[in-house]
Design a protein. Sequence first.
Length: 479
Amino acid sequence: MKKTLTYLGSMLTKNTRTGRFFRTLGGSYILLGAATLYSFLTIPIILHYAGQETLGMWLLVSQITTYLTAIDAGLTHSSIRQFVGPVAAGQPSKLAPRFQSTLAIAVVQGFAIALVGCGGSGLVAQIWGIPLILRGEFILLFSAQSILVGLTFPLRPFSSVLLAAQRFAPNYIWNAFFLAAATFLGWLGFLIGWGIWGLFAGNVLVGFSQLFFAIRGVAKMNFLPGLFSGWQIRSKDFGLIARESLSFASAPLFATATGLLQSSVLSRLFGLEGVALWNVGAKAAVILSQILSKLFESSFSGFSELVETGRRDLMLVRFGQVVGWALAASGGLAFLLLFFNDPFISIWTSGKMLWPEWASWWVGLMLLLTISHLAFSESMKMLVLWSAIRTTPALDFCFFSCAMGIAFFVGGFSVFVAAAVLSPFVAGICANTLAFQRGTGRSLWSLIPKRFQVVVLSLFTGYSMAGLLSLANYLAGKR
């Protein structure tokens, strides 16, 4: 027993890279659990008190204001990667010029988000076809959410320091606590007549608590004095940061463009009810992909540190193990979606939303493709393979745009679902497979332990056969 406790203690200590990984991973899962609970509770609350159109409006406001954060232009991802060296060496003074310049850029970006959100809210309402009866509330809500996002944007450089140091676990836990409080505040808002604004009040609570605990976390590392030792913002740093950030910006910018195009086509074809249906139907797959993505997110700084210190071969071995676990888990979870996604949606929405049975196979496939794509894209950033980091997201978006164009002109929910599942990932997986081979001289598959290869192949083959059966049943029902 004592040995077991000692072993567990060593796995969770913040003094080792492995311990920090498990602490960060555990904290991220606590936050994800709170976020999942938030979405599971707020959707039936909105459906009960306001209806499906209001739910679609709230989801659109949340999505589009999230898309506005693409103005970050890769600054956060680049900062985490480039902060790793000085943070690992415990030299905040060497980090100060870059940190201060990054913070200045983040402040300007936050102001731009608030300005664009407020000034463009009417245009957004027109583009997304918001009904006139809801348009006034949509404009106010969208403007308020944009201002909130803009005000909290400067927290990102502080969070980047904590993430680079793998010391973000306490922040995850505090964020989870305030997200739970926001859930209660949203429910209370409907009870006392605030309507959807109770949910916005919860967002305010979460946003400013994140800002506070990010600054507090850096202060506890004793980094604040070094980071702000004198005025060290230099014009030459802006050019360097811009070049590196724009390379990392390719993925989030094109992901944002993908989300905007998808939600626009969805709302135009099927209205706000269609927006709500797709988001509810794909919710389980999205949450499961977020759970598995934490394996890559939490290990990113540690693996990047191995690359920085010249231990690239060790990094590849460890990364192959993480990929094996993630792919095997995604295959098993995709099978569960085949059987449980439909009853889950029925129970969750009290039977108010009808999700096609065949669509559950597609969202399971989306889970498999998301994790496969993520494994390659994260390896590109760890190894700093600039060409793939810059160009692959553009290739993904071009392929997706063609598929969405077909879906728009052909119509039909089945065509849209197939396009939304396949097109954002297939081209990127193929391109990154070649980039990884050229960059490392190995295939990512060869790095996965043999026992995982067998499991992954079996699960993926079985899932493909289930897809053929689902297609046959769907075609039989169409006759």
